[in-house]
Design a protein around this ligand. Structure first.
Ligand code: GGG
Length: 362
């Protein structure tokens, strides 16, 4: 935060629209953030960057400039759109060259992903009303299955062998479990669910389970249970109302945090925070959805996930009232079909939906 004299608080935000619909939803996120800043008496100093996009890669043969850490590392937060355009750059190159660098180098080890049934959105599960589904997926964000350690032998022959390691460290598991237990402790139901696959993945996953048992001893007021990921996925669809905080490895957390919002009607509204809880580095806020090249440029992308990610960013920066007001504005707008985008059965375009939320801020 920059102290600007008087009572005014100024936050320096690195804005990275990225690819595809990221470039359409980020402006709507900024529209709402700026409306919130005016209303709640703080300022946003926005610096926009063109890197971490496939067009940048096509020009420079890399996703990020050499000095990217210096250029965004002292900002208060990063507001990110989406990355990936497989017809331009293979997905693993664009993802590993950008988002995963940010998560690792800025030690954003906690990926916080709310799943909530919002008013007005047709829920694919019968008999559920807003309030029934309201939980968080906490995804480990810096290790696990996303290791990039491995290799191949005999490439291109019938004897080809391809190996990729999973990394689980005691520090890495303990810190994400502590984050998740602390979150569960703050919520009324004080319950935590851990997802593994300890019968099939016989070394790393049972280790994760033992660390959960150990960590739980420090949180006697939090109840907890554990599931294998396969049956947990079934419960997400059949009984999503039973969850409160769900903690999982990098890959499992990524899958669950698409599945959860899909059970509430659309992943187009799902926000996320890639958090460095110690605040040694900027945290990054982005929609769970990707760049959706198939609908990019048509003006129909749902801006809600980006706008809600902005609310999470304000909450993280200490502007909790402004963050809560944005979520309320989203809840007020969504019941109106003419203000929702087509993925939610509505008729609005991206800009109309964004403006409606900015106007609804109270
Ligand atoms: N805003 C989300 C985004 O751009 N996602 C790209 C992606 O494929 N992410 C995979 C991941 O988070 O593991």
């Amino acid at each position: 935060m920059i102290a600007t004299g008087g009572n005014e608080r100024t936050y320096r935000i690195a804005v990275i629209p990225g690819d595809g619909i990221g470039r359409e939803v980020v402006p709507e996120g900024l529209r709402v953030l700026e409306a919130a800043a005016r209303k709640f008496g703080f300022r946003l100093h926005l610096d926009e960057f063109d890197f971490a996009s496939c067009d940048y890669y096509l020009k420079h043969n890399k996703m990020l400039p050499e000095d990217w850490k210096e250029r965004i590392g002292s900002h208060d937060a990063i507001f990110f759109g989406a990355v990936g355009w497989p017809e331009k750059v293979p997905d693993h190159i664009s993802l590993w060259g950008s988002l995963i660098q940010f998560r690792r180098e800025f030690d954003q080890y906690a990926n916080l992903r709310p799943v909530r049934l919002m008013p007005g959105i047709p829920c694919p599960l019968a008999g559920r009303a807003p309030g029934d589904i309201d939980f968080f997926v906490v995804r480990e964000n810096t290790e696990g299955e996303y290791s990039s350690i491995g290799g191949s032998i005999f490439p291109g022959t019938h004897r080809e062998v391809v190996i990729q390691e999973t990394i689980m460290t005691r520090i890495g598991i303990d810190r994400i479990l502590k984050f998740a237990f602390e979150l569960a402790q703050k919520r009324p139901r004080k319950h935590l669910t851990s997802a593994t696959k300890s019968n099939g993945i016989s070394i790393t996953m049972p280790y994760w389970d033992t660390r959960v048992e150990e960590m739980a001893k420090s949180f006697p007021d939090v109840t907890w249970d554990k599931y294998h990921i396969d049956i947990l996925a079934a419960h997400f669809v059949l009984n999503p109302d039973r969850f409160n905080v769900v903690v999982a490895s990098n890959l499992f957390g990524d899958i669950l945090s698409d599945l959860g919002p899909a059970c509430t009607g659309t992943i187009g509204i799902a926000p996320s925070g890639n958090i460095n809880p110690e605040r040694l580095f900027p945290s990054l806020f982005e929609p769970v959805h990707g760049s959706a090249p198939d609908i990019a440029g048509r003006g129909i992308a749902n801006p809600v996930a980006q706008i809600w990610s902005g609310a999470m960013m304000l909450d993280h920066l200490g502007e909790t009232e402004a963050g809560a007001a944005i979520v309320r504005a989203i809840e007020q707008v969504l019941p109106h079909k003419q203000l929702r985008t087509p993925d939610m059965g509505g008729t609005a375009n991206t800009v109309t939906a964004g403006k409606a939320i900015a106007d609804a801020l109270t």
